[in-house]
Write a protein that binds this ligand. Sequence first.
Ligand code: SAH
Ligand code: SF4
Length: 432
Amino acid sequence: MNVYDSHRIAAILQNLGFTEASSLKTADLVIFNTCHIREKAAEKVFSDLGRLNMIRQERLAQGLDTIIGVVGCVVQAEDEQIAKRSPFVDFALGPLTYHRLPEILAKIQKKKGMTLIDTEFPAESKFDYLPDNTSMGGCSFLAIQEGCNNFCTYCVVPYTRGIETSRPVEDVIKEAKKLVSEGSLEINLLGQNVNSYHGEDSSGKERNLAYLLRKLNEIEGLERIRYTTSYPADVDDDLIACHKDLPKLMPYLHLPIQSGSDSILKAMNRRHTSGQYLETIHKLKEANPNLGFSSDFIVGFPGETDADFSATLDVVNKVKFIQAFSFKYSRRAGTPAALMPNQIEEKVKKERLEILQDLLFSYQLKFNKESVGKIMPVLFDNKGRHKGQLIGRTPYMQNLHAELGKEYCNKIVNIKITGATVNSLTGILEEK
Ligand code: SAH
Ligand code: SF4
C-alpha cells in the first residue's frame, strides 16, 4: 500500500512541476512515506530523518534550501512527536490527507520554520482529488478499499488508516482500463481488507469483491489479476468461485492467519478459528487445486504458550505455505494487546520466530525446487542487479531472474525454470 501511495504522491509532485532528483543531496524536496505497523519500522523514521537533517545542513551551507515532509501512518499516530523530535520537518500528512500536498506546499513558503501537520480523517475521499493513477509498468497497484473495522488487538491500522471505506465500482473499472491502456498486464487490487470490499455500482447497489473481479476479468488486454490482503473470515463462497471461474485470477492467495491457536486468535480478536481457516483453504483448493497460499504470522503474542506456538507449526505443516511473512509480536501503544498481562520475553519471541521461519522456509524451498524443469509464464517488470538481467514474477509470485534484454521488460514470457533457492528462481527463455 505504501508503494502505491508513494506512486500517487510522485504524480502529485509531477503535476506541480517537480522532477525526480538523482540523489538526496540534489533534492529540493524530500518526502518520507512511513509505516507504523511494528515499532522497528516506526523508529527507523526518526533515524532516517536525523541522517536527512545532516544533508539538509550541508545543503544549507551551500545556500540551498531543502523542504522535508513526512507522510503515512507514523504521522497519523505520532504527529506531535515528529514536530518535537525532528523540528526541521516542514510538513506531515496522514495516509488519508496526502491529496492536500499542493495546499500544504504552498503554505510552507510562508511558514518556514514550523511543522505544518494535517492528520484529520477527512470527510472527502482522497481518490476524488488525486491526479489520475498511472501505470507502474507491466504490474500496477490499484487501491480499491482502505481502512479496517476489525480491530485486531495488536494492530494500529484501524487507528492510522481509519474505518473501512470502498471505492465505487465504476471508478475502479475506469482506473483499471486506463492502467491497461498504458501497458499494465497485471493489476493487483489493494486494501487492508480487500475482500471486505463493498463499493457501490452506478445504480447505488453495493457490490462485493467477487463482482469486481468478474468485471475486471472482462477487460481486454488485462492478463493477470491479484488482490491483497484478505481477511480469512470474509472469504465467501462467491469469492471462492472466482478462483475456479476466472482464468485471469492468479493461482496464489495471501491469506494471513497470524496464529494457529484458537485461544490466541480469540485474544487477538480475530473472527476465525484455525479450523475455520483450514476449512476455507480446503474449499479454495477444491475450487482450484493449483492454488498456492501465503500467510502472515505473529509469534510471541501476550500469553502465547509453547502449546499455542505448536498449534501454529501444525497449521504450517497442514497448509504448506509457498511463501510467508512472519514477525515477532511488537507492542504498539494504544492497542489493547499492549496492556495485556503475560507479555512474552524477547528471547522467547526470537527463538519461536527462528523455529517458525525454518519450517516456513523449508516448504518455500520445496515448492521452488519443484518448479525446476517447469515452463511458466513470467511477467518481467524490473532490471536485475547486473546488465542483461531482468526480474519478473511467476503466477505464484516467485521472483525469477533471467538473462534477457530489456525488450522483454513489461512482457509476459514463457520461461523454463532452471534453478531455485528459498527466495528466487532462475530460468531461460522457452520460446521466441
Ligand atoms: N489486514 C491484514 C494485515 C495488515 S497488517 C490482515 O488482517 O491480515 C500486515 C501484517 O503485519 C499483519 O498480518 C500482521 O501479521 C503484522 N502485524 C500487524 N501488527 C503487528 C504487531 N503489533 N506486531 C507484529 N506484527 C504485526
Ligand atoms: Fe490490522 Fe488486518 Fe486486523 Fe485490520 S484485520 S486490525 S489491518 S491485522
